[in-house]
Design a protein around this ligand. Structure first.
Ligand code: NAI
Ligand code: MG
Length: 360
């Protein structure tokens, strides 16, 4: 079949890891006989330099006409001035909001070969296989009022945590549907003991859960969740939570996998009947200016993000599995980029790693 993919490499290591993901997709194309039609757009800091804005309306229009967006990373010291009116991050926030991508899926798996090389305890890492679903277009990041002002008492600021029943329900449905394809357990994370939004979150999660009697639902408070992620991470299957709680918990969970360079993500909106729909796929890491241009970036997070795209937006399960198996194979064979290299490891550069995956 023919699929349209919008590619936005971005800044720093973004273009470096994107090149490897496209290399792997090229092989998938040959091997399985699909046609991927690519369109490429400049976003982030590179777009600020070229167009004066991080995200052009043309880019959004092209994204909407595509089956999926493959997103590298944006940002860098060159555009870090906090007083600037345009910022590279506008590209990712704008893309999520304007495409209605309300569910961010972040799988956390620890390759068995990496467990022994981790600085964390093997008995804690054994069997870790979870997906954290972060609500992405509501909550504390977007609630109004959101402003700063000054009065007789000095400087003041407010952010608002607001959720509607509909916003909570739709992301919970994503969690239960995913759990059905996995170990059938959903952990809903809130702060129901203190926050009204937490009470609403818990009520709605419970109601949605009734429609999935085959899936176990547990509720835990966000502070306890932070603790359990370190103490018994293997007990989680699917976690679903508010935007900012999810932001914090997923960085914590990423450390279980050893490196940001191993962590893919998918941001999804409304789904079609067959379960597919437009999505944005990106590694959870940023543009890593400290290693950009040196061939040190780990391309696996970007490659695994492309695998998620194959499965969740293009409906190509077998092809996604082939890519994931190839990643497992190169890890098993001992290839390591510097971020995941233990003592005595076979250290390879970004391109060698990408080519090895494509080859497998
Ligand atoms: P970062 O994720 O870019 O880097 C954090 C650390 O992890 C660095 O030491 C980096 O070298 C390492 N790292 C990240 N990805 C790696 C990979 N694939 N292989 C090997 N090592 C890797 O986060 P940081 O440094 O806080 O931010 C750098 C820039 O990226 C900032 O401008 C930030 O705003 C932006 N950023 C963009 C995101 C996006 O586009 N979605 C997300 C996070 C940050
Ligand atoms: Mg974050």
């Amino acid at each position: 079949a023919t699929f349209r993919i919008l590619v936005t490499p971005g800044d720093g290591i973004g273009p470096e890891v994107m090149e490897e993901a496209l290399k792997v997709l090229g092989r998938v194309q040959q091997r399985f006989g699909h046609e991927f039609v690519y369109d490429e757009e400049t976003i982030g800091g590179a777009a600020i330099d070229r167009y004066g804005v991080a995200l052009r309306p043309e880019t959004i229009a092209k994204a909407k006409a595509s089956d999926a967006v493959l997103f590298g990373a944006v940002g860098g010291p060159k555009w870090d001035d906090p007083r600037a009116s345009v910022r590279p991050e506008d590209a990712i926030l704008g893309m999520r909001k304007q495409l209605g991508l309300f569910a961010n899926l972040r799988p956390v798996r620890v390759a068995p070969e990496l467990i022994g090389e981790s600085t964390l305890k093997p008995e804690v890492l054994q069997g870790v296989d979870m997906v954290v679903i972060r609500e992405l277009t509501g909550g504390l990041y977007f609630g109004k009022p959101k402003r700063r002002w000054e009065n007789a008492e000095g400087r003041q600021a407010v952010d608002t945590l607001r959720y509607s029943e509909r916003e909570v329900a739709r992301v919970c449905h994503v969690a239960f549907q995913l759990a059905r394809q996995r170990r059938k357990k959903v952990t809903s994370v809130d702060k129901a003991n203190v926050l009204r939004t937490g009470q609403l979150w818990r009520e709605v999660a419970t109601e949605v859960g009734k429609q999935y009697p085959d899936v176990e639902l547990e509720h835990i408070l966000v502070d306890a969740c932070a603790m359990y992620l370190v103490r018994r991470p293997a007990s989680f299957d699917v976690i679903v939570t508010e935007n900012m709680f999810g932001d914090i918990l997923t960085d914590e969970a990423a450390m279980l996998a050893g490196s940001m360079g191993m962590m893919p993500s998918a941001s999804l909106g409304r789904r079609r009947k067959d379960g597919t729909g437009i999505g944005l796929y990106e590694p959870i890491h940023g543009s890593a200016p400290d290693i950009a241009g040196q061939g040190k970036a780990n391309p696996l997070a970007m490659i695994l993000s492309a695998a998620m795209m194959l499965r969740l937006s293009l409906g190509l399960d077998r092809e996604a599995k082939a890519v994931e198996d190839a990643v497992d194979a190169v890890i098993r064979e001992g290839l390591r980029t510097p971020d995941i290299a233990g003592p005595g490891a076979k250290v390879v550069d970004t391109r060698t790693m990408g080519s090895a995956v494509a080859e497998r």
